[in-house]
Structure formats: C-alpha cells, structure tokens
Design a protein around this ligand. Structure first.
Ligand code: GLC
Length: 734
C-alpha cells in the first residue's frame, strides 16, 4: 500500500476499529492455546473486540496462523490482517545459547547469524515480529533476567544490539522486513535491569547521568540499526512507570533517538500503573499510556475497554489515536501484510528448515564460542580420548539445556552430553546421575518445588562415587535449573543447589581430577565449587547442540571461546558488582586492605572472576601497547597497537580488549571502560599486531552540566585479555 492508501484506510476506519489495532491479546483470548508469558488476566472481550483485534502474541505454526489470519480478516470490517508476535529470544526451534552466553562470545557476527536463523525458522512458522533483542544492561546477578541480556557493559551490549537487529531484520534502516526476516523489538525500555535488590519488577532509581551513560546506549544502538518496535518496561524509572513516562518515551525515545516505529507495552504493564499508584483506575492508566505515546497495549484492560470513551469525551485527541494507529498500519505495510497477510508462513518450508543440519551446526559453533574456561590447573582439560572419564551430575544426561525463553522448542531435539560423547565413539566414559537437580524445598520461577527421594539420592551418590573412584578423571555436570533464572527468577542466593554441592564434595573424596561443567543463567558463587576442581568451564544454557559443543570442547576438538560478559561475585552479598565501577575516594585495589579503605571487613571487595575473563587451551603474551601519538586533538584520532603472541602449543583465539580510563574529569569516571575488542586466532608461536583506533568521540561523556562532550586531560589506554589487564599507554586529549 502507498502512504496515501494507508491514510485513506485510516480515515475510513471506525473509532472501535482504530482502538482494535492497538490491542494485543494472547491466544487464549481467542480460544487458542499458546505460550503463557505473564499472569493470566481476564480481558472479557466481546465479539466486536475480537473482530477488531490488531495483533496477537505467543502463537506460532504456519498452518495455525494462516487459519487464524483468514478467520480474523473475514471478520475485521476492513479485512486488516493481524500481526503475529513471539518471544524469539535465542532461537525458535533451533535453540542457540542464551543471550548472556552470546554476550560471552564477544562475537557480534556469530550472534547476527543466530538471529538470522531464528528469523528464518520463526517466519516460516508464520511469526512476523520477535520480542527481541532484550538489551537491559545488568549488573546484579540476583535478577533472573540477566540470562536474557548480553551483560554488564554498555559497549559490548551496543555491539550485540546492532548485530541482533540486523540478524532479525536483515535489511538496512527502515527497509521492508522481507520474507525470511522478522521485525525486531528493543526491550525493555528502559533500565529494567537495575531493580532494587535484584528483585524482578522492582523499583529503579538512577541518576540521569548513569541512565544515559550506561543503560540507554544499547537501546539507542538497536534503534539506530532500524529496529521496528520498542517495548516498554515494567519498572518505574525514578518513580514514573515507563509505560506512562512521557519524558522517556516522547523526549528520549522518539525525540533524541528519533524512533518512529511502534511502541508496545510489556505484558499488562499499562494496567499495572494502577498498582504503581500513579493511576486511580484503568481509564486514567489508559490516558497516561496514550499521553506517553504507547501504541499497542499488550494484554491489559486499558485500551480495549477505555480508549474509545476517552476519545469520545475528548480526554484523548483523535489525532493522537490516529498517529498510533498509523504507526501500526505502517508496520503491517512494511511487512507486506496487505499484499500477503501470511508473509512467510509456509508449512512445507517450516518442516524443511526447522532444525536442519546447517542450523544445528551453527548452534554448535555459537555454543562453543560462548563457553568460558575460568580454571584449568595442570591442563586437566582437554581430555585425552584414552583417559577413563566419569561424567557425573544432573546435567550429564539431561536434555533440558535451553534457557527459559525457548518454549516453542522441544528439549528432546537436543543431544545430551552423554549422547554426544557416545556419538563421538568415546569408549571409556561412564555416566551417572549423581544427584537430583534441585533441593527438596527449592522453588523455581513458577514456584514449583521438587520432591526428592532420599533412597534414590543415596543410590545415585554411591553409583557415582564408585564410577569416580574407578576413573582417571571426573567431569561434574552441574548447575542451576534453567527455570531458576529468567522472568520472575530472581534469587537472593547464588549457589548451586546444596544436593549438587554435596555431590561435588563427596566425589572429591575419591578423585581429585575434577572438571566442573557449570550450567547457569547467571553469574554464580563458584569458590565452593572450584576448591574441589582443577577445571571450571561455564556453559550457561547452551541450546540445541549444547551437548555436542561441550563434548567437542572437553576433548579439545574445539576450544572454549567465551569471556565473561558479567562479573562473577565471591558472594551474592557483593551484588551489584561490576568491573567499571567508580574509583571512590579510598580505592582498595587489593580488595581486602583495611582500615579506612573502600570495602567490607568480612569479605573481599574484588569479585571471584572479572568481566572479560576467560582462558583457552593455549596461552598468549602481549607486548607493551604503543600509541601513534601521545597527544590527541579534538576531532582527531590515534592508533594504539599491540603485538599478541600465541605462546602455547595449540592454535587458539584470543579476545583482545581495549579499555580507557579518563584520569580526571568534571565528574568521576569509571576505572576502566571497554571501548573495543578484537578476536584473533593464532597458531602456536605465531604473533600478530592488533590495532585499535582511539578517537575523541570515544572519550565523550555527560559532563558536570550534562553535556555530552569530551574534556581535555590525561587518559590511560589498557589492552589485554580481560578487564584485569594492567598494560597501558598514556595519552592526552588537547
Ligand atoms: C513478558 C516479558 C517480555 C515478553 C512479553 C511477551 O512478561 O517481560 O519480555 O516479551 O511478556 O511475552
């Protein structure tokens, strides 16, 4: 349709039709069963409400959506097609590592490939829009949704943001989202990742400077990459719920970020403004949401029951309503739905490409790139094929290795670690359950608990100890349950279940060659684990080919490619803890000096493992960094170079990281800020020079007057294999 035709359509629509375009429901409102991603409310739709519906979420399947579209268009007065939206977060049927793990890969190109495959599978299944990428910067591992974010750093998250949007949408800015791609939704705008206490949906209080410096950049990068939708967040930001926050939505998002796409609320977030205490009733909540520029109201009783009345009463202008409806119609038009309401839905294509070998191979590669090797004493890894190995633990033979946002996928499509090892033809491996996954009284994010059979637990433990005693090495496959993280999966502790801790300690009594493979959706406390282990590799929730990827990495067929995208604390009580904190007036670099220094009397201030940290099966050395000029002029740039050498015996890939420290400015600046990274693969003994451009632009920040500027002064540029790097070169900005 041309814009003229869209305007004519808009002008011919009734008020009720216009409202309908702004209402989104779950499938159960139409008698369809789909994924439930929020509290099941009761929307009480009448037939006219249903006939006018503009979009639906969490339903997929080509045949089902083709039929649903036909039914809907037949009853919609102008036969306007619906939008079908789903949470395609880290894959659709072929599941990739959770987004936090993809952040660990420090490989935006790989992430983009995963997003494009997810888009192909989902669009063949009739999906038009994905509620991804989630770009909430997160610094508190207690929050369950850290699994869904690329991590704690604004620069890394911004790189991943761009990569995911381009992977999903496949076209340049504002181009039509073609057949094999999805419209992307940036979420959750804004700063949802900083809830008080790490408790999901809790209050967010941030200075505008911290909001702009740390939390907004990744959203802005995704909008700049052309994301077609943005989703509001559940939280209040400085006491104003995002969904009714005019400053955030109209001034920042639509004004400064120049976003002209569709703004959709999170699930029932509009009506939750009553709970937040800024709306007395749903009618007031409706008015606030529309005033903030909310286009689509997801699963709430606001727009569907109150918007038309407010327009009739003149409390909301029909002009504002028309602007919102036109943005939704434009999105449908850009997706080509007026010409082909089924877009790419195709049962045959869906069957042909879902979980095809090429997609599985990419899932395997992306998993290997995401694993983080944090300890490897005596080169306990990689395993030799002639070593006898006991694989023990609740994840040794477990298909449930997806993250929690992988609902359409079938866990049985994954290869377990055992299946992968056996497929490799490894003969001297044994496999034991070892323990239950969860403790008796432990709850997951749905509040479910898991009864333990004590006799069974004892039997499993005895079997495991016997197998361990009879093996050269033991691989303990342990970790959180996948539903201990994700939405409403916040935890006050960060330990693995005690039954698994007990298993580790018992196995350590009969075999000291222990390798821990840790499944997790978040940073965990590891010191009680690693004290019994020679090696620790974090595999997150690695997805469909996770078992195969783990087998490849354990036997050295490939190497663990990841670096930590989030800090791992010593204890949960250190949270929030992250690498780029401000220096304070009494810094405590050692982490434990007293008195009168920043820190605790009963715990270190330093974390267990730092942002950017991770090992490979070889080692690398760095030359002292050099800079092309010690003085940088405004608008100028300098080249920083460093020589990296593979000093080990195996080919390996290093993630070279550039950090900048602004020594003194009009406001206090973080001790280090990631400003670049490069992955480089070297043969044993091989060296290569790595360059980074240092520009005046990368030195800009919000100064004492909240102006986004750079300030003359001294800077240190650090280069190394993690945020712990100390090799630096100093320069001055004139
Ligand atoms: C959920 C999540 C959001 C998701 C939406 C639709 O509550 O907060 O990330 O996209 O509802 O499922």
């Amino acid at each position: 349709m041309t814009d003229k035709e869209l305007m004519e359509l808009l002008q011919s629509m009734s008020l009720e039709e216009k409202v309908g375009q702004l209402v989104q429901v779950t499938g159960d409102a139409l008698g369809e069963n789909g994924q439930i991603t929020g509290p099941l409310g009761s929307m009480k739709l009448n037939d006219e409400d249903k006939a006018n519906l503009g979009s639906i979420l969490a339903i997929n399947g080509a045949e089902k959506l083709i039929a649903l579209q036909d039914k809907q268009m037949a009853q919609q007065p102008h036969h306007i097609p619906m939008l079908f939206m789903c949470d395609v977060i880290n894959g659709f049927q072929t599941i990739f590592p959770i987004p936090l793990a993809q952040g660990a890969s420090f490989d935006p190109e790989e992430t983009s490939k995963c997003a494009s495959i997810a888009a192909m599978e989902a669009s063949a299944a009739g999906v038009h829009v994905t509620f991804s990428p989630m770009l909430d910067l997160c610094r508190d591992a207690r929050w369950g949704r850290v699994m869904e974010s690329p991590g704690e750093d604004a620069y890394l998250n911004s790189c991943m943001a761009r990569a995911m949007v381009e992977g999903y949408q496949g076209t340049g800015k504002h181009g039509p989202v073609d057949r094999e791609h999805l419209a992307a939704t940036v979420k959750h705008f804004a700063a949802y990742g900083r809830p008080e206490g790490g408790r999901d949906y809790d209050t967010v209080e941030l200075s505008e400077r911290t909001l702009r410096e740390d939390y907004l950049p990744a959203y802005a990068a995704a909008v700049d990459a052309g994301a077609r939708l943005v989703m509001t967040s559940f939280n209040t930001l400085n006491r104003v719920p995002s969904t009714g926050n005019r400053w955030l939505m109209r001034d920042i998002l639509r004004g400064e970020m120049n976003f002209d796409g569709v703004l959709i609320s999170d699930y029932s977030a509009a009506e939750e403004m009553v709970n937040h205490g800024i709306a007395e009733d749903l009618s007031e909540a409706t008015r606030l949401a529309m005033a903030a520029g909310l286009d689509i109201d997801m699963v709430s009783n606001c727009y569907v029951h109150h918007l038309a009345d407010l327009v009739r009463k003149g409390d909301i202008s029909e002009k504002d309503l028309d602007e919102a409806v036109l943005r939704v119609l434009r999105l449908k038009n850009d997706l080509g739905l007026f010409e082909n309401p089924y877009k790419a839905a195709c049962p045959e294509k869906e069957r042909e490409i879902t979980l095809c070998p090429e997609f599985r191979q990419e899932a395997r590669i992306s998993a290997e790139k995401s694993f983080v090797l944090l300890k490897n004493e005596e080169s306990c890894l990689p395993l030799a094929q002639n070593e006898s190995v006991a694989f023990i633990g609740p994840y040794a033979m477990n298909h449930e290795i997806f993250g929690t946002w992988s609902v359409p996928a079938d866990a049985e499509s994954t290869a377990t670690i055992r299946q992968a090892i056996e497929t490799m033809g490894i003969s001297n491996a044994t496999f034991c359950q070892g323990s239950f996954l969860m403790d008796n009284d432990q709850r997951n994010r749905f509040g479910q608990t898991f009864a333990q059979d004590i006799d069974q637990a004892e039997k499993w433990l005895e079997e495991a100890k016997a197998a361990a005693a009879d093996s050269d090495k033991v691989v303990l496959c342990v970790g959180e349950m996948n539903s201990q993280s994700g939405e409403c999966g916040s935890r006050a502790t960060l330990r693995i279940p005690e039954c698994q801790q007990h298993l580790i300690e018992e196995i350590a009594k009969v075999n000291s060659n222990i390798i821990v493979v840790l499944f997790t959706g978040r940073p965990l406390e590891t010191k009680e684990i690693t004290k019994y282990a020679k090696s620790l590799v974090v595999v997150w929730f690695p997805g469909t080919e996770g078992g195969s990827a783990i087998a490849d990495v354990l036997y050295g067929i490939s190497e663990p490619g990841g670096r930590l995208p989030m800090t791992f604390p010593r204890t949960a009580t250190q949270e929030p803890i992250y690498y780029n904190q401000l220096p304070t007036g009494r810094p405590n670099p050692s982490g434990h000096d007293l008195p009168f220094l920043n820190g605790y009397i009963d715990e270190e201030t330093t974390p267990e493992y730092c942002f950017g940290q991770g090992m490979t099966y070889t080692t690398f050395s760095y030359s002292k960094p050099e800079i092309s000029g010690r003085t940088l002029k405004k608008g100028g740039k300098a080249t920083l170079s460093v020589t990296v050498k593979n000093t080990g015996k195996r080919k390996g890939t290093e993630t070279v990281q550039l950090y900048i420290h602004d020594i003194a400015a009009s406001v206090s600046r973080p001790q280090k800020m990631l400003k670049g990274f490069r992955k480089i693969t070297l043969d044993p003994g091989e060296s290569a020079s790595v360059q980074f451009e240092i520009t005046e632009e990368m030195l800009r920040f919000y100064d004492i007057n909240m102006q986004y500027v750079s300030e003359p002064g001294k800077f240190d540029a650090y280069v190394g294999g993690s945020s712990l790097c100390q090799d630096k070169v100093s320069f001055t900005l004139e």
